[in-house]
Design a protein around this ligand. Structure first.
Ligand SMILES: [Cu+2]
Length: 260
């Protein structure tokens, strides 16, 4: 008999932590993040109401059918009711998947706008590197044989190519406010994962592939990029930052970097 109130109290506690947003996401900084959070909320409300009702009913059944000395009776269920809640659940899930799928596809299937700023991302055990094409707007030639982390050349830039000379290599990501950015992501060794929680975007980077991802940040600030794929012993320290700068500051930063 005690089990019923325990189930009810646990249910209320769980619902409270979700409603009060005790442990919640950081606020989003892009349009996709807002759409993502709206869809998350819709899903949470639908599943939350069902969770609450089901747990409440569970407590009631425990209370109502507790052992009171009577002989147990068996029920064979109700086919009509079974069909009803199975198809209702299927419809609900399908609806939520279709709505959420659209938001996901807008990021992963749609092409980046033609004026998006290209930035190459390199993940390796256990650090991030970022490359900008420099003033000429062209990524220069790279050669695997020239890769040298201790000399500050993680991409293997070939100095003999004039297009390589002005490329900017940075250990942290800088992006301009309100401008579309297109990341071209590579991994040198194992699968890594590029994740900025505030963008609500997360993407595996598979060695041997160029994986694109685009976004536009609409809020100034510094945001963490934790590698989100368990990629080896040093995984915990594989993190960098993304700084969203005003357009003027971004241009200034690029000029400073080019002079180095
Ligand atoms: Cu990693």
């Amino acid at each position: 008999m005690l089990l019923a109130p325990v189930v009810w109290i646990l249910t209320l506690l769980i619902c409270y932590f979700f409603a009060a947003k005790t442990w919640w996401f950081p606020p989003p900084i892009n349009q996709h993040g807002l759409a993502y959070d709206d869809q998350f909320m819709r899903t949470l409300i639908v599943t939350g109401v069902i969770f609450f009702l089901a747990q409440f009913a569970l407590g009631w059944v425990i209370f109502k059918f507790r052992a009171d000395g009577a002989r147990a009776s068996f029920s064979h269920g109700n086919n009509k009711l079974e069909m009803l809640w199975t198809s209702a659940t299927a419809l609900l899930f399908l609806g939520l998947v279709l709505m959420g799928g659209k938001i996901w596809a807008a990021v992963h299937f749609d092409e980046a706008p033609p004026d998006a700023i290209p930035i190459e991302v390199l993940g390796k055990q256990f650090a991030w590197s970022f490359r900008y094409p420099g003033p000429d707007g062209k990524f220069g030639r790279t050669d695997l044989k020239l890769v040298n982390d201790s000399a500050g050349n993680p991409f293997g830039l070939d100095d003999k190519d004039p297009a390589s000379k002005d490329d900017i290599v940075s250990a942290s990501l800088k992006v301009p406010l309100g401008k579309p950015v297109k990341l071209l992501m590579h991994s040198r060794d194992v699968i890594h994962n590029f994740f900025v929680p505030e963008l609500r975007q997360k993407q595996d980077i598979v060695p041997g592939m160029e994986i694109p991802m685009h976004f536009q940040a609409d809020k100034l600030g510094v945001f963490e990029i934790p590698c989100s794929e368990l990629c080896g012993l040093g995984h915990f320290q594989m993190r960098s930052t993304m700084t969203v700068l005003s357009e003027a500051d971004f241009e200034k930063w690029k000029i400073q970097q080019a002079q180095k």
